[in-house]
Design a protein around this ligand. Structure first.
Ligand code: ZN
Length: 288
């Protein structure tokens, strides 16, 4: 009998600050960002320390805007063996662009990310998983620009995002291209499908729920999962945005204090690796 080793899951951080999240985009103007308290660097350092303690490597999908302002932080990330990939320039969602605008946003972010790290950027995550049925050209643009993988699709419908018909696990979205898409992890239970890769699911619900979901994906589905979170999620002292809708505030500020401890458990309980390694493993599995 063959003993299956559990799959290595993808560990990722979406590097953006507390004022750049999609939920606040209508109440904090981009033009005001430079006057706000930049907290991403200290929070990233705390995440690097957590990863170091757990002995794990991951991928930091970083906004070009952040990399331009925190080059030393970017170098610490790569010096510690992690991957830097792109999260676009300033968190504009892909469906707000046309094809040319998306291409320009990708190029602007990549130029800064590669300049400050000295390493090639081969991965991309769309802000708020915003590649969906409105952007049928997006994966082709990524393939043309030489990206090897994307992790930008949520195969569910959520109030902010989602592409219900997309496959749950890695697929090749462009004919005649090696590009693979690794959708955010979902779990199926009682006829329902939920996004279970991170964000509010991980932060707001008890740790046992995430543990169950990842075990189910690694076991029952026998597939690798991915997780993602944000530097602001481990920062209970971040400034409060008082004039945002109550629902956004509830979602953004709940259980920030418990996050670091939960992450520590998550890192210890499953096998984790960089997204480029996961993309390579998935690429070998998928037929051309
Ligand atoms: Zn983001």
């Amino acid at each position: 009998m063959v003993t299956l080793t559990p799959p290595v899951n993808g560990l990722s951080v979406d590097v953006e600050d507390w004022f750049q999240v999609g939920a606040f985009e209508n109440v904090i103007e981009r033009a005001s960002w430079d006057g706000l308290d930049l907290r991403v660097e200290r929070n990233c350092d705390a995440i690097l320390a957590l990863f170091d303690q757990a002995g794990v490597k991951g991928t930091f999908f970083t906004l070009g805007w952040v990399a331009q302002r925190c080059p030393a932080m970017m170098r610490r990330i790569v010096d510690q063996g992690h991957e830097v990939a792109s999260h676009g320039w300033d968190h504009a969602r892909v469906f707000t662009f046309d094809r040319a605008g998306f291409s320009a946003d990708l190029a602007r972010a990549r130029a800064v990310l590669e300049d400050v790290t000295g390493q090639a950027v081969i991965g991309y995550r769309a802000p708020s998983f915003s590649i969906d049925t409105r952007t049928p050209w997006a994966h082709a643009v990524l393939a043309e620009a030489g990206y090897r993988y994307s992790s930008s699709v949520a195969p569910i419908v959520h109030d902010h995002y989602g592409w219900r018909q997309a496959p749950r696990f890695a697929f090749r979205p462009v004919a005649d291209s090696d590009l693979i898409e690794i959708p955010v992890t979902t779990v199926e239970w009682a006829g329902r499908r939920m996004a279970a890769g991170g964000g509010g699911f991980f932060r707001l619900l008890p740790y046992a729920v995430s543990h169950w979901a990842l075990r189910r994906v690694n076991g029952r589905d026998a597939r690798p999962a991915l997780t993602y979170f944000h530097p602001w999620e481990i920062d209970p002292d971040q400034p409060r945005v008082g004039h945002a809708p109550w629902r956004s505030r509830l979602r953004h500020y709940s259980r920030l204090g418990a996050m670091a401890g939960k992450l520590q458990r998550l890192l210890g309980d499953f096998a984790w690796g960089r997204m480029d390694a996961l993309a390579r493993a998935e690429s070998q599995r998928l037929p051309r």
